[in-house]
Design a protein around this ligand. Structure first.
Ligand SMILES: *[C@@H]1O[C@H](CO)[C@@H](O)[C@H](O)[C@H]1NC(C)=O
Ligand SMILES: *[C@@H]1O[C@H](CO)[C@@H](O)[C@H](O)[C@H]1NC(C)=O
Ligand SMILES: *[C@@H]1O[C@H](CO)[C@@H](O)[C@H](O)[C@H]1NC(C)=O
Ligand SMILES: *[C@@H]1O[C@H](CO)[C@@H](O)[C@H](O)[C@H]1NC(C)=O
Ligand SMILES: *[C@@H]1O[C@H](CO)[C@@H](O)[C@H](O)[C@H]1NC(C)=O
Length: 451
């Protein structure tokens, strides 16, 4: 099951093509230029605690990318090398719909806020055969409340890179998040091809309006992304800002495995973590990756380069190469040459496994030094983030994967991602109003990580 929402562009699942991307002119935070200067940052008074989720089934907890890199992994072919593949982790928090509170996945790579509705139909992702609700493995389901109002003649339809998909209805509901209540356009899912984690019931999408997935009409089968039927609406963070409930930035701190919260999402200010308060800013870019709306959609940036042992990897950065900062993606996805060079530098080297779509590495390999240079500032990656326990082999031995994956070799259409491998090392301010992302290094902290 995938958690984040970078859509599979190769099959046009995004729902809007560049030419038909609607510009949400009325929504201040998606203005094509900064609406203000980047200002001083203060502690947020609206902070959510994040909880790390892994599949209780012990495999493929959830890698949140709806992206090409992960889509390369055959959905049902995880057994060739590993008995179980833990490729993902996701971060969830509490959200209230009307009077009912749920755990939902936090995703900076998609824009819809959805919840699964009581009585939904579950189907098998692989063959679309009907399954029991339990098969989809959601947490509690939402019962329509008095404060929900369906929007007539619209439907919800989203497909993820691994083939999982959801359809449902669109409406407005009183939604409470971090102590902030707004009347929000939400999707109620009544058909799901999903592999859940047993506790989360939906998703909170924090990206731009251009990625919302509402369509005209009541029949999802009739949705035609090519015909520009996608209806752009105000995602939850836009609504919060438009209603004056937060200033137009939020921040995210994803923590390595430590006791306590797995991270924080804070509206209007900084999260309650220690970090070096020296932010580096870089503009949020209009995405030019083929297949995505040529507008503000994801949190897309340029980096200067990826450093291996302090030396820039050719072709890893610069103006022609866009990276998406996606909380729902576990690994970093680099251009092929950089991913290969980095992974060859483990000792013993990590080896690309086409079946799994990741580099397999000895759990006790020695780790190369990885830095990401953004706007002239070098951000170290803690070695603890470079090798992930992925599962066990037939003999019960631990199997590990590299924190760096191959995002493909065509910067024009491939999607490169700064995922949790990178994000665990920084506090990120999504300064939407100033149209910049601001990064500050975490203080280095240790954990009980066995590697
Ligand atoms: C789902 O479909 C796949 C492919 O046909 C099949 O292998 C798998 O057993 C199905 N799952 C269940 C629970 O029936
Ligand atoms: C929805 O209603 C069912 C049946 O009354 C109840 O068991 C369940 O707890 C309700 N769900 C929520 C999230 O309140
Ligand atoms: C969702 O929309 C696509 C077109 O974009 C359509 O082909 C597909 O059938 C729809 N999904 C469902 C489950 O109806
Ligand atoms: C790493 O683990 C392998 C077994 O998986 C073992 O053979 C090897 O000696 C270990 N290397 C080091 C440096 O500990
Ligand atoms: C803050 O960052 C700048 C450039 O990013 C760097 O030159 C400076 O040394 C940093 N200051 C501290 C106190 O870390």
């Amino acid at each position: 099951m995938l958690t984040s929402a970078i859509f599979l562009l190769a099959t046009g699942l995004l729902g809007i093509s560049p030419s038909e991307a609607k510009s949400p002119k009325s929504i201040s935070v998606s203005a094509a230029t900064a609406s203000r200067e980047a200002g001083p940052l203060t502690a947020s008074s609206n902070t959510l605690t994040l909880t790390r989720k892994q599949s209780p089934k012990g495999y493929n907890a959830r890698s949140a990318a709806y992206l090409l890199g992960l889509a390369k992994i055959p959905p049902s072919d995880h057994t060739t090398t590993l008995l179980s593949l833990f490729i993902g982790e996701e971060f969830a928090t509490q959200i209230t719909f009307g009077t009912e509170t749920f755990e939902s996945i936090v995703d900076t790579g998609s824009s819809d806020t959805w919840i699964v509705e009581t009585g939904f139909s579950c189907i098998n992702v692989s063959n679309s055969a009907p399954e029991t609700e339990a098969f989809c493995d959601f947490g509690p389901t939402y019962n329509v409340t008095d404060t929900f109002t369906q929007i007539p003649d619209e439907n919800f339809n989203i497909t993820y890179g691994d083939g999982e998909f959801l359809t449902g209805i669109i409406g407005t509901e009183e939604v409470t998040l971090a102590g902030i209540t707004v009347k929000q356009t939400v999707a109620l899912v009544n058909l799901a091809a999903w592999e859940g984690d047993g506790t989360t019931s939906g998703l909170i999408g924090l990206a731009y309006p251009a990625l919302t997935s509402a369509y005209a009409g009541t029949n999802p089968h009739a949705d035609n992304s090519a015909a520009g039927e996608q209806i752009v609406y105000s995602p939850i963070f836009d609504t919060i800002v438009t209603d004056g409930k937060s200033s137009d930035l939020f921040s995210l701190a994803i923590l390595r495995d430590v006791s306590g919260p797995s991270g924080y999402l804070s509206f209007g200010g900084l999260p309650p973590v220690t970090f070096t308060e020296n932010f580096t800013s870089t503009p949020i870019l209009i995405t030019t990756i083929t297949g995505y709306p040529v507008t503000y959609d994801f949190y897309t940036i340029n980096i200067d380069s990826v450093l291996l042992h302090g030396k820039p990897l050719p072709g890893s950065g610069g103006p022609g190469i866009q990276y998406i900062v996606d909380s729902g993606t576990t690994l970093n996805y680099f251009p092929t040459s950089a991913a290969d060079a980095f992974n060859a530098a483990f000792d013993p080297p990590a080896v690309y496994n086409a079946d799994e779509g990741v580099y397999i590495v000895a759990c006790n390999a020695s780790k190369p030094a990885l830095d990401i240079v953004i706007a002239g500032t070098k951000f170290d990656t803690n070695p603890l983030d470079l090798i992930l326990l992925a599962g066990t082999d037939a003999n019960g031995n631990d199997q590990c994967i590299s924190g760096v994956a191959d995002g493909g070799s065509d910067p024009g259409s491939d999607v490169y991602i700064l995922g949790d491998t990178f994000q665990k090392n920084v506090v990120i301010v999504f300064d939407v109003g100033a149209a910049v992302l601001r990064f500050a290094p975490h203080e280095h902290y240790v954990s009980n990580d066995p590697f």
